[in-house]
Write a protein that binds this ligand. Structure first.
Ligand code: AMP
Length: 123
């Protein structure tokens, strides 16, 4: 996957305020919003505000403060959305095999129904 950050990706535009989002949470380092094409009753996308292409980029090059804040925010958002009792799933796609569409690191939070098996079983 291309490690050069493309400032024209859709999440960079959301961070800049060039396009709107349905915001769920924001702090100095992290932004979260409802996915435009939800795959579950609750489907939130959480992104760091820094320019990281993927999980690999963020985990290798994010500052300790950014990484700590990001993961703490994911937990906080799930709690604020009252997802702890019913449960939720977090997921990050990196690269081609995972089907990553947007080249800005993000984590999905899914909830609100039984989410089924983690992956479709291998044939
Ligand atoms: P991924 O396949 O992990 O890269 O996920 C990208 C996600 O971004 C998909 O679930 C899309 O529905 C979502 N998405 C794309 N554009 C927007 C947007 N403008 N606002 C909110 N979510 C978006």
């Amino acid at each position: 996957m291309d490690m050069v950050y493309n400032v024209e990706n859709v999440f960079a535009k959301i961070i800049r305020g060039d396009i709107p989002c349905e915001k769920v949470y924001e702090d100095e380092f992290t932004l979260a919003f409802h996915d435009i094409n939800p795959r579950a009753p609750v489907h939130v996308v959480v992104i760091p505000k820094g320019s990281y292409v993927s999980f690999a980029d963020f985990s290798a090059n994010g500052s300790p403060e950014e990484i700590y804040n990001f993961f703490q925010s994911v937990g906080k958002i799930a709690e604020e959305l009252n997802l702890l009792k019913g449960g939720y799933r977090i997921l990050a796609n990196h690269g081609q095999h995972a089907g990553q569409e947007v080249p800005h690191f993000h984590m999905h939070i899914f909830a609100g129904r039984h989410l089924g098996p983690m992956l479709v079983p291998v044939e």
